[in-house]
Design a binder for this molecule. Sequence first.
Ligand SMILES: Nc1ncnc2c1ncn2[C@@H]1O[C@H](COP(=O)(O)OP(=O)(O)OP(=O)(O)O)[C@@H](O)[C@H]1O
Ligand SMILES: [Mg+2]
Length: 161
Amino acid sequence: MAVVFYKHMMMKLTYRLEDEARTLELGAAMAGLLKPGDVIALHGGLGVGKTTFTRGLVRALVPDVEEVPSPTYTLVQAYDAPGFPVWHFDLYRLESPDEMEEIGWDETPEGVAIVEWPEKAGKHLPAWRLDIVFDFEGEHRLVSLEPHGEDWQRRCDEFQF
Ligand SMILES: Nc1ncnc2c1ncn2[C@@H]1O[C@H](COP(=O)(O)OP(=O)(O)OP(=O)(O)O)[C@@H](O)[C@H]1O
Ligand SMILES: [Mg+2]
């Protein structure tokens, strides 16, 4: 794990994930950090592991979940975690940020929103959020947690993986 300090003391945590199982484990490890109002933006290209990460996270949050499909065509998939709802968005096929309301974005402050292709949300993406940036590294993946806002910063400071 590498720790990088930026000028505002915002810290970035980078992990090298050997295989799919490790990506699932990172998702599961993050489940315990979450609370209503959270937005996690998953950045990175096609097939880099965003849905895999979300699958690990949702399985940890919702123990009796049957399937965690990629919402490629539906754009959003909702889950009932104990305590709060969770929405998994895949905005790849969103044509305009104006469609965010139609797919239920306005409800998400009541729960947790996990967003693939977050740049498609435009102004709807809040400034205070956790960015997770996925990169390919040969057969493996490099994944960085980039907290925005004091609350996410504190939680990332305490995060163990
Ligand atoms: N750490 C890893 N090392 C190697 N392969 C991985 C790792 N994590 C996930 N994968 C593999 O990457 C592939 C694509 O994963 P996934 O569908 O999660 O990508 P995605 O980022 O959601 O893609 P899309 O943008 O198309 O939705 C899967 O085959 C998965 O097994
Ligand atoms: Mg995906």
